[in-house]
Ligand binder design. Structure first.
Ligand code: V47
Length: 385
């Protein structure tokens, strides 16, 4: 069994952590000590820089043949209450109506719809590019790519060739859940397996597409399953170097097949972010997805290993369906403020982490600035000094 100082020494030497180290950190009662260690790695990689982007989520269909236990979003059949599939024009309108202040990325996640032609997805991407040729299309989880390959009888390579020709630029990290078959067979047994998810990303990387990776935590999995999940990602990243960000996603229980489970606490969220920052030494970025964590916890996570908050999002529906209390979108100014108040430097990025705009850091955390202003104001009106 390692000690915290063994692990600290390893981190100082830049040595890779092993499974036992990660399990020790998951079980360690002193969250602040674990967080501080993760923060050291985060600051060595990025200093105070904290990334976000102007993006927009579009979910074109919630019709899905899979029946994941954690999902509150999917509807089994077209025509059942709440089922919705956008007409292409309806999807494109989402961007057209925002062209006065357009996003730089569209992130699309859908259900696995059995009745659409493959050309629907090609035309969807092409239409967005027609409206804004430089928009970055981050589309379809590996689970969707696997479904396309099976349903339309293509190899993963053929699916990617066609989607790239239509304008696909990168893949989001969804659908990863927990790779270990002990968990996956119980929470999502009728979609891509963990091995298939990883293979889709392997091929995407080989074909020049950058991708992200998620982990859905806080339901029936153990810490061992979480570490196993991260180990598989770290191994693939050693091989391909195609992942950009790791994104732990906190389970939301409302309205799904695991509604009797409690949601993971903020402490679990922060600890998972910290351990992933320490274990995934070959991932450049750890994202605190504010929709899943809430903006408040995501802000704190910027001191526990996370260096990215995702983006403006505008209109999120998967977590809304699962009882999230986070807003559906955040404004650019709200993201900048969250980052500055955490004492970090807000950096607007594009999807591939090219810097769009680096904002000045706050002279001091903004809340402190406000207190100072308030005191000055009180002084002028003759109140407390
Ligand atoms: O794949 C679904 C998860 C994912 C629930 O790549 C749930 O930059 C919690 O993958 N409770 C979609 N999680 C979101 C996603 C994502 C988000 C932000 C950034 C990126 C990126 C990717 O949401 C799904 C699934 O794993 N999910 N239902 C739920 N009840």
């Amino acid at each position: 069994m390692p000690t915290l100082s063994d692990i600290e020494a390893k981190v100082s030497r830049g040595e890779r952590l092993v499974t036992e180290d990660a399990l020790f950190l998951f079980n360690h009662p002193d969250l602040l000590a674990v967080g501080q260690l993760a923060n050291r790695v985060r600051e060595a990689k990025h200093g105070d820089r904290t990334y976000f982007n102007k993006n927009m989520r579009v979910e074109v269909t919630n019709v899905c043949v899979a029946s994941c236990l954690f999902c509150s979003f999917a509807k089994l059949e077209e025509g059942s209450p709440g089922a919705h599939t956008m007409k292409l024009e309806e999807a494109w309108r989402e961007l057209e109506t925002r062209m006065d202040d357009p996003p730089s990325e569209i992130h699309i996640v859908n259900g696995l719809h059995p009745g659409l032609p493959f050309s629907y997805y090609e035309d969807l991407i092409k239409g967005f590019k027609r409206i804004k040729p430089d928009i970055h299309m981050k589309c379809f989880t590996a689970v969707e790519i696997h479904f396309f390959a099976q349903h339309y009888k293509m190899t993963y390579e053929q699916v990617f060739e066609k989607l790239k020709a239509a304008g696909l630029d990168s893949l989001p990290g969804g659908g990863a859940e927990i790779f270990h078959p002990e968990v996956r067979s119980r929470i999502s047994d009728d979609k891509a397996t963990g091995a298939e998810w990883l293979e889709v990303h392997r091929i995407a990387h080989r074909m020049g597409l950058r991708t992200n990776a998620t982990m859905l935590f806080g339901h029936i999995e153990t810490f061992e399953h979480r570490v196993d999940h991260m180990q598989r990602l770290r191994d693939l990243q050693d091989e391909t170097k195609g992942f950009q960000a790791f994104i732990p996603l906190a389970f939301h229980p409302d309205g799904n097949g695991m509604k009797n489970l409690p949601a993971p606490t903020a402490i679990d969220d922060l600890r998972t972010i910290a351990v992933s920052r320490l274990f995934l030494d070959n991932f450049d970025h750890v994202k605190a997805y504010w929709v899943s964590s809430t903006p408040d916890v995501a802000q704190i996570a910027l001191r526990f290993g996370a260096d990215d908050l995702d983006g403006t999002i505008v209109h999120e529906t998967i977590y809304q369906a699962a009882g999230s209390t986070s807003p559906q979108g955040l404004s650019y100014a709200q993201l900048v403020r969250l980052i500055r108040e955490a004492g970090r430097i807000p950096v607007e990025r594009d999807t591939l982490y090219n810097v769009v705009k680096e904002h000045p850091r706050a002279a001091m955390p903004e809340a402190a600035v406000k207190v100072k202003d308030r005191k000055a104001h009180l002084h002028v009106i003759g109140g407390a000094s």
